[in-house]
Design a protein around this ligand. Structure first.
Ligand code: COA
Length: 176
């Protein structure tokens, strides 16, 4: 039996491997492979990466997740927020819980950084299992508003803000 993947913080030496994982994972999706890899490089260059983790199996990087800084205003005050994007697992290893482990580990790191809220733009059948809710995201004005826009309070006991506004890091606006 092969060992399960190890989840660890990404380092500068992982840059090429992460790029390859993202390209491979997104090649078969409607999003295309160029944009997401470029996004990760721009977020890093801008200093907007909050958490970047890799999944490593038998010495090879097979998955990656990134959370970037967001501008969040909730009930008139700034709130520390992180956007989940992108998450990638190489096609040959999808469906084995690696994406799940990467996202849960990333959320734990954010909790350790006292981040209050996380947003994601993605599939409604996948992200609610981690605690993301379209109802919470709907309280925030955003260009991404809609059923695929979800949010979660990282402290599950926290009271939901009544309303606010959220912006992704500037790199998202430079995708095109
Ligand atoms: C999304 C992704 C990271 C999930 O990683 P994974 O290791 O395959 O996921 P897990 O094994 O933890 O979870 C599998 C579950 O995710 C679901 N899932 C996987 N990709 C999905 C997608 N694009 N949309 C909806 N559900 C998806 C599977 O149906 C499965 O559901 P189940 O548990 O109810 O059977 C991976 O499939 C991937 O890299 N996809 C291509 C890139 C992408 O679309 N990323 C997300 C957009 S930012």
């Amino acid at each position: 039996m092969p060992d399960g993947p190890v989840i660890r913080a990404a380092t500068a030496a992982d840059e090429q491997a992460i790029d390859g994982v993202i390209r491979e994972a997104f090649a078969a999706t409607e999003f295309g492979q160029q944009g997401e890899a470029r996004l990760v490089r721009m977020l890093a260059a801008d200093g907007d990466v909050m958490v970047s983790l890799v999944a490593e199996r038998d010495g090879a990087i097979v998955g990656h997740v990134l959370f970037s800084r967001m501008g969040v205003e909730a009930d008139g005050a700034p709130l520390s927020g992180a956007g989940l994007a992108p998450v990638s697992v190489v096609p040959a290893m999808q469906g084995q819980g690696i994406g799940d482990a990467l996202i849960r580990a990333g959320l734990d790191v954010l909790r350790g950084q006292d981040v209050a809220i996380s947003f994601v733009l993605g599939h409604q059948s996948y992200y609610p299992r981690f605690g993301y809710s379209p109802d919470l995201a709907a309280r925030f004005a955003s260009p991404f508003a809609g059923p695929h826009f979800m949010a979660m309070m990282l402290d599950s006991d926290a009271i939901w803000p009544q309303g606010g506004r959220v912006d992704y890091a500037p790199a998202f606006g430079r995708l095109g």
